[in-house]
Design a protein around this ligand. Structure first.
Ligand SMILES: *Cc1c(COP(=O)(O)O)cnc(C)c1O
Length: 381
């Protein structure tokens, strides 16, 4: 299988990229290589792995596949999305200025506050307002961190224009592409310098693996540095986790298509409900980022957030009363999950108190709607 030409279609890539047939057994699916050590390679195969922190066949298969999906030179895997985020920020010289979005994954904000506040000058801005972002960029700015669609409010930021703003200032732009996946959005085509994925979400797709990746478009200094942080820092994912993420990737195109379809139907249903004050989904024509999302994304993703008209207590009650939809955090798994986001984020949360975030799964959408409907009816006012 190593001799196969590079497949071009994304579904073909998701199934085959990076996976070579096992030469001794002929196994068609990749074995999990738990061995931490490999015999020193013969001279004609100098790239063969030697020690799993430095390289492992399962990690390699995953890294190659994700890189190919982003049409990039390489991707570098870490033990979680958060470890991948920390790798990027730890690469920046001390004292540099970084712009990050006001609406972003709460864990990213926590990591920055807890680990980087005394090393970097981190400023939160409204990334959907390009003119404002431009006004905040200065000589010390080293990076724009962009998350679009954002978590939990599904805000859409203009990747192409923000990349220009970053580059005019001599800075780089990194895109957290977790919500979109490589299938729905290609930030490198819009000028991004790095892409981050939490593979814990849609890439893994089954809520059973924690893993993160940084994708780098070309060979060179950035790739060398991130590879160095991976290997010398040692925050690598296990072979088993890499195998699970690589296995998840195989069905990602089919899953994403169903996530998008279901989410669109759910968003449309929510809009018509008297219990709902507002729906955040970029696929809705009245979403402020809809046109931009339609331009820079291939579909609108599987997460829908909404505000419950009767307020926080009823919102929490609705989340507790669903039967199929689990009241749990995270997103991107085949099963539907919904949570009161401000509670999950804790005392420092800036998320609206009556917001529920719904990671729409791949179940029959009529069952999800029936579940929501009974929870709306049963919730105490
Ligand atoms: C979950 C998430 C992360 C962090 O990933 P972990 O694998 O949980 O560490 C980063 N960004 C976004 C948008 C996420 O949803």
């Amino acid at each position: 299988m190593t001799d196969k030409p590079l497949p071009h279609g994304n579904r073909t890539r998701c199934v085959h990229s990076g996976i070579a047939m096992d030469k001794t057994t002929g196994a068609v699916t990749q074995p999990i290589h738990l061995s931490t050590i490999f015999e020193h390679p013969p001279e004609d195969a100098p790239d063969r792995p030697r020690y799993t922190r430095m390289g492992n066949p399962n990690r390699h298969a995953l890294e190659v596949a994700v890189a190919e999906l982003e049409n990039a030179a390489a991707s570098v895997a870490f033990g979680s999305g958060t470890a991948a985020i920390a790798a990027v920020f730890s690469m920046l010289p001390v004292g540099k200025h970084v712009l990050v979005p006001q609406d972003m994954y709460f864990g990213t904000r926590s990591t920055l506050k807890q680990l980087f506040h005394d090393r970097l000058d981190i400023e939160e801005v409204d990334m959907t307002n390009v003119d404002f972002v431009r006004s905040r960029v200065r000589a010390e700015t080293a990076m724009l961190w962009v998350e679009t669609p954002s978590n939990p409010c599904l805000r859409i930021s203009d990747l192409a224009t923000l990349a220009e703003v970053a580059h005019e200032a001599g800075a780089i732009m990194t895109a957290d592409n977790t919500f979109a996946t490589p299938l729905l959005q290609s930030p490198f085509e819009l000028g991004a310098d790095l892409i981050m994925h939490s593979a814990t979400k849609y890439i893994g797709g089954h809520s059973d693996v924690l893993l993160g990746l940084i994708v780098i478009p070309q060979e060179g200094e950035l790739l060398d540095r991130i590879r160095q942080i991976q290997i010398a820092g040692g925050g690598v994912p296990s072979p088993h986790d890499c195998w699970l993420a690589r296995r998840g990737l195989m069905t990602m195109p089919l899953r994403m298509a169903q996530h998008c379809k279901n989410a669109k139907a759910i968003a449309g249903w929510l809009i018509g409900r008297p219990e709902v004050e507002r729906v955040f989904y970029p696929g809705l024509p009245d979403h402020p980022g809809h046109e931009l999302a339609a331009r820079q994304m291939r579909d609108f993703g599987g997460v829908v957030s909404f505000l419950v008209a009767a307020g926080e207590a009823v919102a929490k009650d609705i989340a507790r009363r669903t039967h199929i939809i689990a009241n749990a955090t995270s997103l991107g798994g085949v099963e539907s999950l919904m949570e009161h986001r401000a509670s999950a984020e804790g005392p420092e949360s800036t998320t609206e108190r009556n917001l529920l975030r719904f990671s729409v799964g791949i179940e029959n959408v009529e069952d999800l709607i029936a579940d929501l409907e009974q929870a709306f009816k049963a919730a105490h006012k």
